[in-house]
Design a protein around this ligand. Structure first.
Ligand code: SF4
Length: 152
């Protein structure tokens, strides 16, 4: 069973209450070939919520305790991000999933790019907190762009 970011399947779980539907992924979920997760909702957030970015590093650094996740108001939300990553890993294990498709650029789900931490819209190479944890446990993480090319 494939696991996918809920926002890619059309669920309005992004920080601003929107989705980022990819038709192919939505169809995989509606046909029962994939199940959805949203690490931030699993970590205890609600929608809408303040946007947050990793400050001082990437998801790997957050897991190592050398970077933090702060929302735009400056609140430290690192614990929720780490909790959501752990919940997502637990779901992947329960489902027997070895691959997951996660939304690029997110501080949770990004797999090759994330925002740089100053809320300017600038991106840097790196991965989100959930992606980092899943990769540490041997789960293959695809971005939606890679997945659409791979699975269509
Ligand atoms: Fe949830 Fe990840 Fe989509 Fe953000 S990018 S809304 S954490 S599934």
């Amino acid at each position: 069973m494939l696991v996918v970011s809920a926002c890619l399947a059309g669920m309005k779980v992004r920080y601003n209450g929107t989705d980022c539907l990819e038709d192919v992924i939505g169809e995989m979920v509606s046909s029962g070939k994939a199940v959805t997760v949203c690490p931030e909702i699993l970590g205890g957030f609600q929608t809408p919520r303040e946007p947050a970015e990793i400050q001082g590093g990437t998801g790997e650094d957050v897991l190592d305790g050398t970077a933090r996740v702060l929302d735009r108001s400056g609140a430290d939300v690192t614990d929720q991000y780490v909790a959501g990553a752990a919940e997502t890993l637990a779901i992947c294990r329960k489902m027997g999933a070895t691959e997951i498709v996660l939304k690029e650029n997110s501080p949770s789900c990004g797999s090759s790019m994330i925002y740089n931490g100053d809320f300017s819209g600038e991106k840097i190479p790196g991965e989100g907190v959930t992606t980092a944890l899943l990769r540490r446990h041997g789960i293959k993480v695809w971005s939606e762009e890679d997945a659409v090319n791979e699975f269509v």
